[in-house]
Design a protein around this ligand. Structure first.
Ligand code: ZN
Length: 405
């Protein structure tokens, strides 16, 4: 059952699809399929660890310029951006895909291309998204489509891990109301959508004590023991299922030797929620649990030696929920119906769209077609079969939000 809003959007999209230029664009995207996959492979060879996306950004900028976009630049956050001028003179839509991969330099040695399977780290996440952005620009230009609103196309930096959504922050921080809609294209898959953003805060927690010899100094506080207590305390924190909230102590390290009382220990902790309020609450409980553990360790030690703790925030992504009247979901559902695509709401996730949705800008994140697997591993693969269908859908959503002139 479609809601009223979705039915109205479906009628609107059906009219957009009747336009001869849009029909030309749709068939172009199907014909352009193998060129798009070639471009996807080219991108995979330009490595782009978070914060080191320059080569890939420059290549995207070069391609944007080659496709006739204006205002082409690589900004100070290493986003590659370019504009397709609209006819109205006001209003702007953002269509973006992240440039970075989780892999350090020297990970991509080669691309293995079989008939229906391509293997290379980052080939799906997110060379597929970048190639889709370029394919859509090429198609719009080929079909002679003029849009009402300006469209900024971007390859964005810092989506993965330590990047902390750096590129999107740079695009939105100065003027959060600049864009009316944001289309994020990320990875493979057809008909898969994310609307709400999972927020996360990440901490490095360092414990320090005077330490000593395991035999002669027995009774002084240990940084490793304090950290163990802290982890035990953290795992006692109760979090709600709704709004969904989670925590994880991801890595631990510390100590110098089996017969030394540890002077230093460190853990990395990931806190997540779809609600910023729950995230605040969880963060306070987490810090309380760690601080209590330090006191417990000191109290337990017969020599009552101090445990110092230092929290360093290493990640902070805001959570966000689409507004009640956001057109994102109706657009996704109605376009799926019209194009015969099986629609799937993947639930909240942490994507580049966290930033627009946090600022109340309607947005969605979608896959760019085909199939894939081994994401974030060196065995990452992509299978391009029917990949153009999701690219068509992304193009249709973009045209609908920017308006046909
Ligand atoms: Zn991605």
């Amino acid at each position: 059952m479609l809601s009223n809003a979705t039915r109205e959007v479906k009628d609107y999209l059906a009219r957009v699809l009747e336009d001869a230029r849009v029909r030309k664009l749709m068939s172009f995207l199907e014909e352009d399929h193998s060129r798009l996959v070639d471009e996807q492979c080219e991108m995979a060879l330009l490595e782009a660890p978070p914060l080191f996306e320059r080569r890939r950004a420059e290549e995207m900028a070069r391609k944007f310029a080659g496709l006739g976009l204006t205002n082409v630049c690589v900004d100070d956050a290493l986003n590659a951006t370019a504009k397709l001028q609209g006819s109205l003179g006001f209003g702007e839509v953002l269509a973006e895909a992240h440039l970075d991969t989780v892999f350090p330099f020297e990970t991509v040695k080669k691309i293995t291309r079989g008939n229906d399977r391509i293997e290379a780290p980052g080939i799906s996440d997110n060379c597929r998204g970048l190639a889709a952005i370029l394919g859509i620009v090429r198609g719009i230009q080929h079909a002679g489509i003029v849009l009402k609103k300006d469209v900024t196309f971007a390859g964005t930096s810092g989506e993965e891990g330590i990047g902390d959504l750096k590129g999107m922050r740079n695009l939105f921080m100065r003027d959060p109301a600049r864009f009316d809609f944001c289309l994020s294209i990320d990875g493979h898959g057809t008909g898969h959508f994310v609307f709400d953003g999972t927020g996360s805060r990440r901490y490095s927690v360092v414990f320090e004590t005077q330490g000593g010899h395991s035999w002669t100094d027995f009774g002084v506080s240990s940084a490793v023991h304090a950290m163990g207590r802290a982890i035990a305390n953290i795992t006692q924190i109760a979090v709600p299922d709704d709004p969904r909230t989670s925590y994880n102590v991801g890595t631990v390290s510390g100590g110098t030797s089996v017969n030394a009382i540890a002077q230093k220990a460190e853990m990395l902790v990931d806190l997540r929620s779809v609600s910023n309020e729950e995230l605040d609450r969880l963060e306070a409980k987490f810090m309380g649990a760690v601080t209590a553990a330090c006191s417990e360790e000191k109290a337990r030690s017969s020599r009552k030696t101090d445990v110092r703790v230092c929290f360093r925030k290493v990640g902070d992504r805001p959570a966000g929920k689409q507004k009640e009247n956001s057109p994102a979901k109706p657009l996704a559902m109605a376009s799926s119906e019209l194009l015969g695509i099986k629609y799937e709401d993947d639930g909240p996730s942490s994507t580049n769209a966290n930033i627009p949705v946090y600022f109340g800008v309607p947005s969605l994140c979608m896959g760019a077609g085909g199939e894939g697997g081994g994401i974030h591993t060196v065995e990452e693969w992509f299978s391009p079969a029917d990949g153009w269908r999701a690219v068509q859908q992304a193009a249709l959503i973009l045209i609908a939000t920017a308006g046909l002139s």
